[in-house]
Ligand binder design. Sequence first.
Ligand SMILES: C[S@@+](CC[C@H](N)C(=O)[O-])C[C@H]1O[C@@H](n2cnc3c(N)ncnc32)[C@H](O)[C@@H]1O
Length: 340
Amino acid sequence: MRNQYQRETKRKKLNERRKKMMRRRREEEEEEEEEITVKWAKHYSSIHQILIVGDGDFSFSLSLAYAFGSAFNIVATSKDSYVSVLKKYKRAKSNLQCLKELGATILHGVDATKMKYHTELRMQKFDRIVFNFPHAGFKGKEDNMRVMNLHKKLVNGFFKNASRMLRPYGEVHVSHKVEHPFHKWNLEELASKSSLIMIECTNFSIEDYPGYNNKRGDGSRCDQPFRLGECRTFMFRIGDIHKKKRAEEIAVSNPRPLESFVSENLPPIFLYDVKGIGSTIHYPLRIGASNLRTREPSNYGFDACQEFWGFEYPLNGSYERYMNEAHRYSESDYLNRMMR
Ligand SMILES: C[S@@+](CC[C@H](N)C(=O)[O-])C[C@H]1O[C@@H](n2cnc3c(N)ncnc32)[C@H](O)[C@@H]1O
């Protein structure tokens, strides 16, 4: 009788312990899930390591920080010193205070054209490097060649540095006005000098970044906004410019896939006729979406595909963005767009 009582008590204790363990594991799993919840602000996520350059009154950085609920992944910088930032922008002090409380790294005196060598930055790599509305200051009319060259020199220097501070698949973003004469800066060409390929150019809308106040940043009205007009966010990744050019030639001469199909069971496959491109290549180029997703190196069954890495690369980039970022469309939407 006593033995049976002891056995029963032991069993109950064991059960209790097992239940406790399971509860703890569930709690740990829930905590883990909470930890990896990714928060987005348009093109930027809480799991990106983000460097923001030339950030006027720091309201752009703060807008991202509020969206993420934290700023441990943000390095916010200005070319101006702390004292000068406070003098120029009336909201800067409180913006900087909030950013600091949310965990941001704040650096002043960071010149975009030399930042690669900055003591705090030279060992770091980023998923996103952002320069909104780069501008070398109001030194004459915007359509004056000399003034335009000053702006281009700034952007050129920025690309040169940023291109060496990227993590794999990292991106450099520049938001910029595209009306006359700003389109003449030709960002795509400037970026290509630093082996940066444009992977996307999308409309910029300030409403996507609540709290962000775009600033003139120079002169007596530096704290005032400038008229945005038509603006875009230009996005670049490291790539092989020559291969991209060749890929574009292919796309131009064969603007639509010859054959394509999407099936429930098979990965979608495009067949491109690349006949006539060069004298030795007479292969169809297959691009399977499954490969695009996993980014596994593959020659898709054709040796000649190695030749077209430059074509595959931007596709990888666009596919990744399309599926994972703000739009969250379906795979078939992406494929339909590709086939248009
Ligand atoms: C038109 S304002 C834009 C400011 C801010 N990005 C915004 O969107 O409100 C241009 C900015 O570029 C910055 N800038 C100019 N030359 C720079 C340089 N060499 N390195 C970093 N920032 C620079 C200025 O300090 C100024 O803040």
